[in-house]
Design a protein around this ligand. Structure first.
Ligand code: PMP
Ligand code: GLN
Length: 365
């Protein structure tokens, strides 16, 4: 979709990346690292100051106690953390529960390791977790749950009772939870709660995040995983033969980013909340059914009120019809019917870009 946007000159509200760089001091820290000789292989688990900064961040925001030596690993984006986790924890034939719609890399890596996915579908209009379906999805070969909250693409944030239900299932069936929390600092109404902080969960949860979303450096691909030492050790064994080690000079810069003051994090989510409101109000005025997200930088709409019924066809023709790119939910489902009329719009863009997109989209109403 980004290639389509480039080819057609459309406004790109498709792929989730901001159109402005993150904090200047973090950029400067990367430049400093590049110029001060930090250009050879970093340790496999990541540079020590980044591992310490990740542990300190988890303590500052969530009260988690992590040993940066053994319970934190730096990866090439959250994507590598998830892939290495699947390689480490899932054997051929094992079943893995994923929330559907799912971030596309989960399904691909589960397939690559010979696992079997068991989707549990979050359905419009409120995208809540159907707890009974989650329980029914667990079988004798289930080993792992991949969780994602705040959730891409729906923007749902799992509520306390939903997290507790997942935790209960995991404890009861002795499952590992891989919790993708890359949008942890993008919740608008309720604070983010890592599932690892629930009783009995720290010892079975791998928490994954990334500097890409929080600090608006998606192209740096600095991610991480934290969790109990045996899980981190297994993940690092997989990572050793995937990338061995991640880009060295960007790691100290993300360490500085993680230590930014509380104001940075508060302003980041308040700014994104304003853009959410700008985009969602505008899309509703055009005539879409809008599902206002509680988190992430994605909003979902149902396109049927405007006379369309297939999101994929709608998104393919949208650059020509209106000069805008969006992403069809269908890309994120096994149950294509559940996602057919849904379209995702990214609002991590400058307000004038969102306005331009809305102005262009007004031809649809
Ligand atoms: N998980 C989710 C839910 C995402 O939306 C993204 C964003 N691309 C990623 C993982 C990947 O993060 P990274 O770019 O750090 O690999
Ligand atoms: N997470 C972002 C998205 O869902 C970008 C990642 C990607 O394009 N694979 O749009």
């Amino acid at each position: 979709m980004s290639a389509l946007a480039q080819r057609t000159g459309a406004v790109n509200l498709g792929q989730g990346f901001p159109d402005t760089d993150g904090p200047h001091e973090v950029l400067e820290a990367a430049v400093h690292a590049l110029r001060s000789g930090r250009n050879q292989y970093a340790p496999g688990a990541g540079v020590p100051e980044l591992r310490r900064a990740i542990a300190a961040h988890q303590h500052r925001f969530y009260g988690m106690e992590l040993d940066p030596e053994t319970e934190v690993a730096v990866t090439t984006g959250a994507t590598e953390a998830i892939a290495a986790a699947m390689l480490a924890f899932v054997e051929a034939g094992d079943e893995v529960i994923v929330l559907e719609p799912y971030y596309d890399s989960y399904v691909a890596v589960i397939q690559m390791v010979g696992g079997v996915r068991r989707p549990v579908t979050l359905r419009a209009p409120d995208f809540r977790l159907p707890v009974d379906e989650l329980r029914a999805a667990v079988g004798p070969r289930t080993t792992t749950i991949v969780l994602n909250s705040p959730h891409n693409p729906t923007g749902a944030v799992l509520r306390a009772e939903e997290l507790e239900a997942v935790a209960q299932v995991a404890r009861e069936h002795d499952l590992v939870v891989v919790s993708d929390e890359v949008y942890e600092h993008l919740t608008f109404d309720v604070p983010h709660v890592p599932i690892a902080t629930l009783p009995g969960m720290a010892e079975r949860t791998l928490t994954v995040s990334s500097g890409g979303k929080t600090f608006s450096f998606t192209g740096w691909k600095v991610g991480w995983a934290c969790g109990p030492a045996p899980l981190i050790e297994s993940l690092l064994k997989a990572k050793q033969f995937m990338t061995f080690t991640s880009g060295a000079p960007l790691q100290p810069a993300i360490a500085e980013a993680l230590m930014l003051g509380d104001d940075f994090f508060a302003e980041f989510s308040a700014g994104m909340r304003a853009r959410r409101d700008q985009l969602c109000t505008g899309l509703a005025e055009i005539g879409f059914d809008v599902f206002v997200p509680d988190g992430t930088y994605f909003a979902t709409t149902d396109i049927r009120p405007l006379g369309f019924d297939d999101g994929l066809e709608f998104c393919r023709s949208l650059p020509e019809r209106a000069g805008v790119v969006a992403v069809p939910h269908q890309a994120f489902y096994d149950d294509v019917e559940a996602g057919r009329p849904l379209v995702r719009w990214a609002f991590c863009k400058r307000p004038e870009v969102i306005d331009e997109a809305l102005w262009r989209l007004s031809v649809l109403s």
